[in-house]
Design a protein around this ligand. Structure first.
Ligand SMILES: NC(=O)c1ccc[n+]([C@@H]2O[C@H](COP(=O)([O-])OP(=O)(O)OC[C@H]3O[C@@H](n4cnc5c(N)ncnc54)[C@H](O)[C@@H]3O)[C@@H](O)[C@H]2O)c1
Ligand SMILES: O=C(O)C(=O)C[C@@H](O)[C@H](O)[C@H](O)COP(=O)(O)O
Ligand SMILES: [Zn+2]
Length: 353
């Protein structure tokens, strides 16, 4: 996989000019969702080299990360004269960068694209590393491709319009990066004043967080090994997200990951000796900021069935990424059904559901 340029921008306009120059193209397209079209696109409208860009707009949020939306993007590209030498700019959160990245990866077998992430989650995680795709058959990212953007341009000024709910959703992936990297990063995340956000400090933290992802992706772009570290919290988290979607009560991805981290830190403690005090401190932070996802023991089978679709699995066993310590990662850990049910019991007991 080609190395991707990730830039923490001082001037988005300057960085975008350079990024576009790196990608010779005949026609430019810019993909937004209904919110980023209103909130983020206007600040780019003044940029002279975007004046002829063709706009494509899709519905917002994960309920639109579907085959139908993907087909509408393919159709817009096709009807408006995109060629294999066209360039797509994805301006939005992880839904836009995942779906837009997959549209670019598949249109005429692949066109170049640039990501401009506008949510915290997309800045530290989704826009980087080349995982693109859509949800399908009730399962998260069931269809997709590894296809990195040519450039990822991070402009943290976009975060000023983000609501608290979406701020915390992205913060969960940052917490994951803290847990898989080092204690100092984990501590700064738990200590950050999320009630009165210091945007300059947040920008520095975004830089450190995305670096954790870049370093891992560079070692293992196609998730044969260590990239599974980036999936901490996701075996259980994606099961919660899919259950919520199936029951018509969708939850934000980062919230599902936070609740998944609660489960998987318990497994980490049980199977790998992760320290109880650090597990408790992390769970406390999650309880205070994310509330809890309600389910009862009658839904364990369904959650287990979702976990059986996890992409890390091989030959019928459910695969988890666990931790011995902060930054000490154990990939390819398995748990049997009884242990998974015990983990769900622990979650419900400690989260009070
Ligand atoms: N590819 C990866 O490696 C990867 C990593 C993590 C998550 N993901 C995927 O990313 C998706 C979640 O991404 P997300 O949390 O960014 O959600 P999202 O893209 O749905 O955005 C959340 C909401 O914020 C709005 N928004 C975007 N930018 C805004 C801004 N600057 N100000 C105000 N509102 C803004 C959006 O319109 C949307 O309503 C999920 O589908 C998840 O599976 C992918
Ligand atoms: O980049 C990765 O690798 C990740 O696992 C990052 C996750 O935060 C992200 O949610 C990813 O989309 C999950 O991928 P999946 O392969 O479990 O669908
Ligand atoms: Zn994630």
């Amino acid at each position: 996989m080609s190395k991707q340029e990730v830039i923490l921008c001082e001037s988005l306009e300057t960085s975008l000019g350079r990024a576009i120059e790196r990608c010779p193209h005949d026609k430019l397209f810019i993909l937004t969702d209904e919110h980023t079209q209103r909130l983020c696109l206007p600040s780019l409208k003044e940029v002279s080299f975007l004046k002829d860009a063709v706009e494509i707009n899709i519905g917002a949020e994960d309920v639109h990360k579907t085959l139908e939306t993907l087909a509408s993007v393919w159709m817009a590209l096709s009807q408006q004269g995109a060629t294999r030498h066209s360039l797509l700019i994805n301006l939005g959160g992880g839904m836009v960068t995942d779906l837009g990245g997959f549209a670019a990866a598949t249109f005429k077998r692949g066109i170049a694209y640039i990501n401009i992430p506008t949510t915290l989650l997309a800045m530290v995680d989704a826009s980087v590393g080349g995982k693109t795709g859509i949800n399908f058959n009730g399962l998260k990212n069931e269809i997709g491709a590894f296809a990195p953007a040519d450039s990822v341009l991070i402009e943290t000024e976009f975060l000023r319009s983000l609501d608290a709910h979406n701020f915390f959703s992205g913060y969960a992936e940052m917490l994951k990066h803290g847990l898989i990297s080092n204690t100092a990063h984990w501590v700064e995340l738990l200590d950050f004043d999320t009630d009165n956000i210091d945007y300059a400090a947040l920008k520095d933290m975004v830089g450190r967080s995305v670096q954790v992802k870049e370093d891992i992706v560079e070692q293992d772009p196609f998730e044969h090994g260590i990239r599974k570290a980036l999936n901490l919290g996701h075996t259980a988290g994606h099961a919660f997200e899919s259950l919520a979607l199936a029951e018509n009560r969708p939850v934000l991805h980062g919230y599902a990951v936070a609740w998944g981290i609660v489960c998987e830190l318990y497994l980490s403690h049980l199977k790998a000796g992760f320290p109880k005090d650090k597990m408790r401190q992390t769970i406390q932070f999650i309880k205070e900021n994310y509330g809890s996802f309600a389910f009862d023991c009658k839904q364990y089978e369904q959650l287990y069935a979702f976990m059986q679709h996890d992409k890390k699995n091989t030959s019928g066993t459910v695969n988890f990424t666990l931790l011995k310590e902060i930054g000490d990662i154990c990939i390819n850990q398995t748990a049997d059904k009884d242990t998974i049910f015990e983990m769900l019991d622990f979650y419900r007991e400690c989260m009070g559901v």
